[in-house]
Write a new protein. Structure first.
Length: 377
């Protein structure tokens, strides 16, 4: 799902979300309703649930949803889902309009710039880019053939004709390179090197980025350098559907037979909520660990940690009002020890949020930093 914390600023008259002055003409000319299918699922951010709205049954409710500052699911389960009720996993959407506006503003485009968009989705974002930059300056890639075909139809009907490609966005589009900007509408766990190679030196890559520690992302804006590297700050916490080739595959529980080590901890469990700062920051250090939080009927919570690289797990159960908590660890890596070192770092650094974190990516991989690229995490 493409979500962001509640937006700041005031919307223009007649609009339910704020838009930068440079983008206001595009948003006024290109309403989201032009790019939505008749049956959509409106996502409620408070409850995390989605409800169906069908234009053929209630056009007023459908139009109200299209104009509201909420994300709308347009595909479930990579297209395998049928029927009216929500599917299992949302796999394409019309993003929350205030987030779309914020991302376009953060892209820092100027007239004449050429943009490669990764993840066409409904086509609405490509239309907004085309309205401001012109069709010939916009290329958009979508991996799902059905989603791509529908977006192409909607764009043509709306009067916009960017180059629309169906394929794996991780490969970029070398024939059209170099680009001034590359932007992604799905979450990443690594920045494809092809994107860096296809962006001109000094150009920008804007994408949601995070780790498998949680589903949390943060928007990162990377400046591309001529040596095959890119570097830049995180801008805001978000949550996006993930690039299909980078989705999390949960590890299987290690086979029984080893020894489970038990001990206690006095650590306090940080808030692991969707837009809280700890999960993103922790994941940048615990990049090959995934977590799950299990609530219990008595109010206790168990934090489970699983390694993605070696058979190992850890579990710590926290009871409110108690100073010590039970920890169990299994496998060749002591995951709870790694977690406590990360927690100690986070506290010592002043519990940094997104605005103090950044990312550097090279042909050999990526590393995160705190406050300055010279201070790797």
């Amino acid at each position: 799902m493409t979500l962001a914390p509640e937006s700041e600023g005031r919307p223009a008259p007649g609009r339910s979300f704020p838009v930068a002055d440079a983008w206001a003409p595009a948003f006024d000319a290109v309403p989201r309703c032009l790019f939505l299918p008749d049956l959509v699922w409106v996502h409620d951010m408070a409850s995390g649930t989605s409800r169906p709205v069908d234009r053929t049954e209630d056009e007023g409710a459908w139009l109200a949803a299209a104009e509201a500052d909420v994300p709308i699911v347009t595909q479930w389960d990579d297209g395998a889902h049928t029927g009216r009720e929500p599917g299992t996993v949302p796999t394409s959407s019309a993003s929350q309009p205030s987030l779309v506006a914020s991302m376009l503003d953060d892209l820092l485009v100027e007239p004449g710039m050429r943009v490669l968009e990764q993840g066409t989705g409904t086509g609405w974002n490509a239309a907004l880019l085309s309205h401001r930059l012109g069709d010939t300056n916009v290329t958009t890639i979508e991996i799902d053939p059905a989603v791509s075909a529908r977006a192409s139809t909607a764009l043509t009907a709306a009067g916009y004709h960017p180059q629309i490609l169906c394929g794996d966005g991780a490969l970029g589009h070398r024939a059209g390179a170099p680009y001034d900007r590359i932007t992604a509408t799905y979450g990443l766990r690594t920045i494809p090197q092809a994107w860096i190679e296809q962006t001109r030196p000094g150009g920008l890559i804007l994408a949601p980025f995070g780790t498998h520690y949680s589903n949390a992302d943060a928007m990162v804006r990377l400046t591309v350098h001529g040596d095959g590297t890119a570097c830049g700050p995180f801008l805001q916490p978000v949550e996006f559907m993930k690039m299909r080739s980078q989705r999390l595959t949960w590890p299987r529980n290690p086979a029984a037979g080893g020894t489970v080590a038990e001990h206690t901890t006095t650590a306090t469990l940080p808030d692991h909520g969707k837009f809280n700062p700890f999960p993103l920051a922790a994941g940048l250090r615990l990049r090959d660990i995934v977590h799950a939080l299990q609530p219990h009927d008595d109010g206790a919570r168990t934090l489970w940690l699983y390694s993605l690289t070696t058979p190992a797990w850890a579990a710590a159960t926290f009871h409110d009002g108690q100073g010590t908590h039970q920890v169990r660890q299994y496998g060749g890596r002591r995951l709870w020890d790694d977690f406590e070192r990360t927690l100690t770092w986070w506290h010592a650094a002043g519990e940094p949020g997104v605005d103090r974190l950044g990312l550097t990516t090279t042909p050999d991989g990526w590393h995160a930093w705190l406050d300055d690229p010279a201070q790797p995490i």
